[in-house]
Design a protein around this ligand. Structure first.
Ligand code: SAM
Length: 282
């Protein structure tokens, strides 16, 4: 596995530590990873053999959420913690429904930024879409730079996406205030699509040692943190929840698309430990 030829690293890439964006890409079958990421991913797989299916469930949830929004007439998206484009990227899903759709991608990891930029450049899609490197912890900076791209019209509803992201913010961080800051920027009629990891109501199967996974992630660029269902639901305070409200990612709007990864959890969607929700700003 480690003998595979590693890609050239963009400037600023930390190859000393496993990086959560690159490891996630490896779980999804992508190629934006280095030996340090693959070795780490292999350790995770030993503790939580379902992790690849779990990553796929998260990606499918993102796709169903964006597809739903595009069908509601949302044509512009701000996708923070967007990751390495692998399968089901936001601009592809949105453009398949409305070819005029616009997306600003934001990620903290230079590899995710470079890999998002390249296909957009190659396909001549920059201008209608943009990619920024930034930290979700700085809403004023992200919002200002997202508008400076000229991609988003702040007078029209925007789909704000933070899928697979807020659990990288620690218990000491003002995660609810952060989400609120972003929501305050958005015009009425905008939506917020998000997901979170939890232990609330989660059942386990044999060989599932996910607390060891959390321990392992302390060695990465971004350790993750679980939150209760109530704490996740509070991200959406004051919003109109799209039915069925907060639900397991593996179950949310399952009828809307091909979701083979979620089918794996059809009997017990709690097994993923992943919650998802979509709210509309009144
Ligand atoms: C688990 S991946 C999710 C990718 C994508 N949203 C999805 O659902 O498939 C998490 C992404 O969040 C990014 N990330 C982590 N901490 C971040 C931060 N503080 N600001 C912006 N992005 C961050 C990581 O680099 C990674 O690409």
């Amino acid at each position: 596995m480690t003998t595979r030829h590693d890609p050239e690293a963009p400037e600023g890439v930390d190859l000393e530590r496993p990086n959560v964006a690159r490891v996630y890409d490896w779980f999804l079958g992508g190629s934006a990873d280095w030996a340090v990421d693959r070795e780490f991913g292999t350790q995770v797989l030993k503790q939580f053999p379902e992790v690849e299916t779990f990553a796929r469930v998260g990606r499918d949830f993102l796709g169903r959420g964006v597809g739903y929004l595009a069908r509601q007439g949302i044509t512009q998206f701000l996708d923070i913690g967007s990751g390495v484009p692998t399968v089901g990227d936001v601009h592809r899903i949105a453009s398949a429904i409305d070819p005029g759709s616009r997306v600003v991608y934001v990620d903290i990891e230079p590899v995710a930024v470079a890999h998002s930029q390249l296909p957009l450049e190659r396909e001549g899609l920059l201008g209608r879409h943009a990619v920024l490197q930034g930290d979700v912890r700085d809403p004023a900076d992200i919002w200002k730079r997202a508008l400076e791209t000229g991609v988003l019209d702040p007078r029209r509803p925007i789909g704000l996406v933070m899928v697979g992201l807020p659990y990288f913010l620690g218990p000491g961080e003002p995660v609810h205030e952060l989400v609120r800051r972003y929501l305050d920027f958005l015009p009425s009629g905008s939506y917020f699509l998000s997901s979170h990891l939890t232990e609330d109501g989660v059942t386990r199967e044999e060989g599932d040692n996910r607390e060891n996974v959390q321990e392992l992630y302390k060695k990465t660029s971004a350790p993750f943190h679980l939150r209760s269902r109530a704490a996740f639901a509070a991200f959406f305070d004051g919003m109109e929840m799209v039915e069925p409200g907060i639900d397991w990612m593996a179950a949310w709007h399952l009828d809307e698309a091909d979701s083979r990864a979620s089918d794996r959890f059809a009997g017990d969607p709690t097994l993923t430990g992943g919650l998802g929700g979509l709210g509309r700003k009144p």
